[in-house]
Every structure is written in structure tokens, then in C-alpha cells.
Design a protein around this ligand. Structure first.
Ligand code: SIN
Length: 583
């Protein structure tokens, strides 16, 4: 038995990634995994409440998805706007699958949360005339409601302010650390995490943070597809950890494809530059190669329809024209507006040889945001006591079948504050992690398998899906699993070596991607309708009779390894899911 991990768990089977046992330990009251808006906000608040807080982050403190957010933060801050109007727009975008109580919480607590973010130090763009926060529009919003910073660099400013506050508060951080698995005590309550620190430092190799409260704020899983707006770190680690720990996940089939991602050519892979919806909010329009606007007449809001509708409109026109991209035309902004309002996008386009001042921008949809995630109640509790989730990794019920633009930073803020409040009220508990008697080791996958996963997912579970494409994806993902001899069956790969992959950061990330891909495909296959960002070619209509429901998936250990258990639940039923007395 290794340092700091004591006792046994009475035969409770558990799943964990293959790898060494922790060789070092940090003790804390709260461990926050992830350093975007949600993670840093929880950490700041827990530390302010006197809880010893440790942040574990995969790269550097400012390297998560938050800093890539362009458009801004949606909140009813403008004159004449109300939380009720924000609620209605959110429910409509969510295609009748949002949890109304969660949305009401978001929109009513949102304006205060944004003001508190300003108190922490975030500087939003203000009107030179009135000094008030400038607000823009994005898809699905019937009002100007989006606060922005640095023109189109909102996430970078939010990240800057929160990172500075975390450093000022002296919160302990472990950077370059991939979280591996949840540690539990003998009661099945969270007791910390195991993690692997990359590179040399005070801690390196596999270690652990022992804490009775574990907050997942690990962001998204966009890297499960070939082309995404997400950074390389978005490999679904939080969702995979939660699944192995026995937590439920929900709504994973609802992957939002951002309609306007800079098109860099057929076969472009990895993180692709975003062209914010705010560009359309300020008057840019979508055209085909003949310059014809194709969103007009398809929806009352035309280019500013909810994101799923615009993505579908682009895909349909691409099919009609046999094209692999469309165009966003904002030449009429002129050079000055481009430079002042959208400097980040202007620079990204120009670095790829496109000048939006003089030519339309080639765009195509790419994976952008996971509307689903680890299922939580309104205080961020998951179905595993002591394990919380917030931000993109979580499914609070706020987004339904399609997240409303710029609600994500807001959700991160609001639910982070709620989690911190909950943890501050919780009775003290000493974390005593145990090694379960019966463990199922999840084998690492060879790093090169990642590209096969991405290709399978893009072909079979992308913007447009069908039973045939999803069944093929499910089969191919299954075939990637390591067989009994440890040899992966990678299509088109050289003959299997017969040796299992070595545990390591890339092979653990690949195992995480493989698990979230399996769950996503299982849910997408089950949902035989088209709703929000889940678009089924073979079931083109929405089916409110059978499918105004959520799909909830859990991973259960079996004698051979593990199996996915899928069930449905009412769209309105999102009750507290963990026992009341747990912190
Ligand atoms: C954008 O700026 O278009 C993205 C904002 C978001 O994803 O909410």
C-alpha cells in the first residue's frame, strides 16, 4: 500500500485508470480541478471562507477554455431587460429540455455574479458616453445582453482577473497536473483525487490531494472530434473521472457545433479559430459562394437564430451546393470597427491569409460546447457524495438541448458561487481514502488511438447523425478497446504489437476520450428524434411525446470490465441527487 492511501473499501468494486499508486500527498479541505472561470471562482470563494483550498490544473493556471471565450457573458444588465426575458430566450434555445428552476437560478443570480466578478477586477468594455457596460447581441437573444471585454477577448480578461486574484489570495496551485481518479473513503464519500504532475517541480509523478470536497471544473471534451474550437486540454477528463467514480452523466448527446468557425481547409484538425457570434450580433451576415443570404426566411432572427438552427442552415446550404464551407460577410464594418471591436478575430483571420475588411470569411461548423456533462443539483452536487461539478463539465439542467450563446461563463460563475456556499456550510470531515478490495483497472490506450477516435466521432456522431452512422461509430469505438492480450485494434494501424500501452499522460487522455465518446454515441443512438443540437437524419422531427426527457448514463463495473447503463428521466425532474447531509 502506498503513501497516504489506507485501508480497504469492503469489496466495493471500483474503476480506475491503470498507473502507479500515489507517491506523495497534499492535504486540503477542498480540491478544485480546473482553472477556468468556474474553478477559479469556487477556489476564491472557498479560500475566502477559510477552507484550505488547492487548485489542480492540467496546464498553466490561465490555459483553460475560458481564455478562448470571445463573445462575452450574458446577463440582464441593460435598461429594460429582465431576468424573465433572459429566461425565455434560454428556454427557447434549449428546445424545451432545460430545467426551468436551474435557468431561473442562472438568470436571477447572474447580474449579481457579474457585478462581483467586476469587484474581483474584471474590466468590461464600457460606453465612452455613459460609462455603462456596453452590451452586444448573439444568437437566440432578443436583446443586447452580452457584456464583453477587450472587444472580442472577454475570456482572456476574465481569466486574467481571476488568476490575479487567486495569486493575491495565495491559493496553493498544482499546475501541469492531469487528474486521474477520484479517491473515496469507506462510506463511498469523496476523499480527494489522484493526479499526475508532468515535469519537474515540488511534486512530480503520480500523487494525491486528500480533501473531503472535490470540485470538478475541468471544462469540455471538444477534442473528441477532429475539428473543434476547444484547446488541446479539453479531453473530457472530468466526465471520464466522474463516470469511473460511479457518478451519473446526462445530456451528452447534445454537443453544440458552433456555426462560424474559420474554415482552414478540408481535413484541418485540432483547435480551430472561432469567429464569434457577436460578429453576427453586430451585423455580419452569412452568404453562400454566390453571395446569397440563406438564413433570411428560415427563422425570424435570420443569422441570429439560436446556434443549432444556424449550424443546420449552414450544413443544409453546404449540402445543396456541394460545398465544404460558407462565408461570413462583414466587409461593411470597415477597418476601424474590425480593429476596435474584433481585434482577436481580425488577427486570427489575417494570420491565415484572410482579410475580413476586404473579403468574406470562410466558415464551417465545428464542435464547440458540451451542453451535457456530470449531472448535478442546484448546488453542484453530483450523485457521488462530496463530488461537485461546475462549468462545462457539469450538467445543471441550464442548457437543455442547446446552450444559449454566452450563458456558459455565466453558468460557471453562478454555480461556482453556489458550490462554495454549500461547501462553506458543510461540517468538517477528515478524508481517509481507501483502496477498494475489488478494482477494475481501465487500461490506457495507445496515444495514436486518439486520432482514430476523433475520425470515428466526426464521421459518425458529428453535426448530422443517423442510426447507421452511430451504430458504425459504436462498433468502431468498441474495436479500439484493448483486447485480452493488451493489443489495441486500431483500424489501418500496423499489426498489433501484443503489448499493452504504457500508462502516461497521452494514453490516459486517450482512455478518457474513448470513454466519453462511447457514452456520447450510446446516448445519441438512443435519442431517436431531432432536438436542439442533436440532429438525426433518420428522425428529422422533434418527438415531445417520447423524448421530452433526459438520458442519464452511468458506468458500472462488471466481471469483464465495465458496462454503460442508460436510463431516461423527466425533463422537469432534476432533484437534489446526493444525500442532504453530505458536504
Ligand atoms: C461566441 O463568441 O460566439 C461564443 C460564445 C459562446 O460560446 O457562448
Amino acid at each position: 500500500m502506498s503513501a497516504g492511501v489506507h485501508g480497504t473499501a469492503g469489496g466495493v468494486p471500483a474503476l480506475r485508470l491503470a498507473g502507479p499508486r500515489p507517491g506523495w500527498v497534499i492535504k486540503a479541505d477542498v480540491v478544485v480541478v480546473g482553472s477556468g472561470v468556474a474553478g477559479l471562482t469556487v477556489a476564491l470563494r472557498c479560500a475566502a471562507a477559510g477552507r484550505r483550498t488547492v487548485i489542480v490544473t492540467k496546464a498553466r493556471l490561465d490555459d483553460g477554455s475560458t481564455r478562448w471565450a470571445q463573445g462575452g457573458i450574458a446577463a440582464a444588465l441593460g435598461e429594460g431587460d429582465t431576468p424573465e426575458q433572459h429566461l425565455v430566450d434560454t428556454l427557447v434555445a434549449g428546445a424545451d429540455l432545460c430545467d426551468e428552476t436551474a435557468v431561473r437560478t442562472l438568470v436571477t443570480e447572474g447580474p449579481g455574479a457579474v457585478r462581483r466578478l467586476i469587484e474581483v477586477g474584471a474590466r468590461f468594455d464600457t460606453s465612452p458616453e455613459t460609462g455603462e457596460i456596453e452590451l452586444t447581441r448573439e444568437g437566440g437573444h432578443h436583446r443586447r445582453r452580452i457584456a464583453h471585454a477587450g472587444g472580442d477577448a472577454t475570456g482572456a480578461e476574465v481569466s486574467r482577473a481571476l488568476v490575479a486574484a487567486v495569486r493575491d489570495a495565495g491559493i496553493e496551485t498544482v499546475e501541469n497536473a492531469l487528474v486521474l481518479d477520484l479517491l473515496k473513503d469507506a462510506d463511498g464519500h469523496a476523499a480527494g483525487v489522484s493526479l499526475h504532475v508532468m515535469g519537474e517541480g515540488r511534486h512530480d509523478g503520480v500523487g494525491a490531494v486528500h480533501a473531503p470536497a472535490v470540485v470538478l471544473a475541468t471544462g469540455g471534451m471538444g477534442q473528441v472530434f477532429s475539428a473543434t474550437t476547444n484547446p488541446a486540454v479539453s479531453t473530457g477528463d472530468g466526465v471520464a473521472l466522474a463516470l469511473r467514480a460511479g457518478a451519473e452523466v446526462s445530456d451528452l448527446e447534445f454537443v453544440q457545433f458552433h456555426p462560424t468557425v474559420l474554415y482552414l481547409g478540408a481535413g484541418s484538425e485540432g483547435q480551430q479559430p472561432l469567429v464569434s457570434e457577436a460578429v453576427r450580433g453586430e451585423g455580419a451576415y452569412l452568404v453562400d459562394a454566390d453571395g446569397e443570404r440563406f438564413m433570411v426566411g428560415r427563422h425570424e432572427l435570420a443569422e441570429l437564430a439560436p446556434r443549432d438552427i444556424v449550424a443546420k442552415g449552414i450544413m443544409r446550404r453546404m449540402r445543396e451546393r456541394g460545398a465544404d464551407h460558407m462565408y461570413l460577410d462583414a466587409r461593411h464594418f470597415g477597418a476601424r470597427k474590425w480593429e476596435e471591436r474584433f481585434p482577436t478575430i481580425l488577427a486570427a483571420c489575417r494570420s491565415h491569409g484572410i482579410d475580413p475588411v476586404t473579403e468574406p470569411i470562410p466558415v464551417a461548423p465545428a464542435a464547440h460546447y458540451a451542453s451535457g456533462g456530470v449531472r448535478t443539483d442546484l448546488t453542484g452536487r453530483t450523485t457521488v457524495p462530496g463530488l461537485y461539478a461546475c462549468g462545462e463539465v457539469a450538467c445543471t439542467g441550464v442548457h437543455g438541448a442547446n446552450r444559449l450563446a454566452s450563458n456558459s461563463l455565466l453558468e460557471g460563475l453562478v454555480f461556482a458561487e453556489r458550490i462554495a456556499e454549500r461547501i462553506a456550510r458543510a461540517p468538517a470531515r477528515v478524508p481517509v481514502p481507501v483502496v477498494p478490495d475489488a478494482e477494475r483497472i481501465v487500461p490506457p490506450l495507445p496515444p495514436e488511438t486518439r486520432y482514430a477516435i476523433q475520425r470515428i466521432m466526426t464521421a459518425g456522431a458529428g453535426v448530422l447523425r443517423s442510426a447507421e452512422s452511430l451504430e458504425r461509430a459504436a462498433r468502431e469505438l468498441e474495436e479500439l478497446a484493448v483486447d485480452a492480450s493488451g493489443a489495441p485494434r486500431v483500424p489501418d494501424a500496423p499489426a498489433a504489437s501484443g503489448k499493452p500501452a504504457e500508462p502516461g499522460v497521452e494514453s490516459w487522455e486517450t482512455a478518457n476520450l474513448h470513454l466519453v465518446a462511447r457514452v456520447l454515441v450510446a446516448a445519441a443512438l438512443r435519442r431517436t428524434e431531432t432536438r436542439g443540437c442533436h440532429w438525426r437524419e433518420d428522425h428529422p422531427d422533434r418527438d415531445d411525446v417520447s423524448w421530452r426527457r433526459h438520458l442519464v448514463v452511468a458506468l458500472r463495473p462488471t466481471a469483464e470490465g465495465s458496462t454503460l447503463v442508460v436510463r431516461t428521466t423527466d425533463s422537469t425532474a432534476f432533484p437534489p441527487v446526493a444525500p442532504e447531509e453530505t458536504p
